[in-house]
Design a protein around this ligand. Structure first.
Ligand code: CU
Length: 197
């Protein structure tokens, strides 16, 4: 049962990724448009000019003298593929950026990484939705003005809310309805997958 729960969680993550795919996935062809996955492109400059968001795809296009090896930071720094995470040798290689954080890719052909055929990809979390869904729900600010001929009410003691509206400004943040819908869909998809497993 624990295994099933883990499966459910993992598949929920996959479903979340798929939802992001529907909205804002982008493909980033490595080195494009002026270069590519080769020894002559300034891949560091290229990577810093791109914004990689969770759900985006990294696409490596290359000739048969190259390949794509995902490595740890140590492997990246030392140009070593001895502890590689994955290896692909058929162009194009598409890597899905499923999580925020850094991933490291080098060419496994001898000498190529040392010639600069390496790239660090820093993926950032996706934004929480299109800005049009964040509609402020607050009306005009309810400022309680004490009348001049009555004693002023206690200011900062615990007075019961008069009309359900918090008197002093900041409402506690609530999850938006879009977030709730998204989470519900993810949960349902996860349960659906669980029933198939
Ligand atoms: Cu190479």
């Amino acid at each position: 049962m624990a295994r099933a729960m883990v499966t459910t969680i993992l598949l929920s993550i996959v479903a979340t990724t798929m939802l992001f795919d529907l909205t804002l996935a982008a493909d980033h062809t490595v080195g494009a448009p002026s270069g590519g996955w080769d020894t002559s492109t300034d891949l560091s400059t290229w990577a810093s000019s791109e914004t990689f968001t969770v759900g985006d795809n990294l696409v490596f296009r290359y000739t048969s003298t190259h390949d794509v090896v995902e490595v740890t930071k140590d492997g990246y720094d030392s140009c070593s593929i001895s502890n590689s995470i994955s290896s692909n040798g058929v162009s194009p290689t598409t890597i899905k950026l499923t999580d925020a954080g850094s991933r490291y890719f080098i060419c496994g052909t001898a000498g190529h990484c040392d010639q600069g055929m390496k790239v660090e990809i820093k993926t950032v979390a996706a934004s929480s939705g299109p800005p049009t869904t964040t509609t402020p729900t607050s009306g005009p600010p309810t400022t309680t003005t004490p009348s001049s001929d009555s004693p002023a009410p206690p200011v900062s003691t615990k007075s019961p809310p008069s009309s359900g509206t918090p008197v002093s400004g900041d409402e506690p943040p609530k999850p938006s309805s879009a977030t709730i819908v998204k989470m519900s869909v993810v949960s349902m998809v996860g349960v659906g997958f669980l029933m198939l497993v």
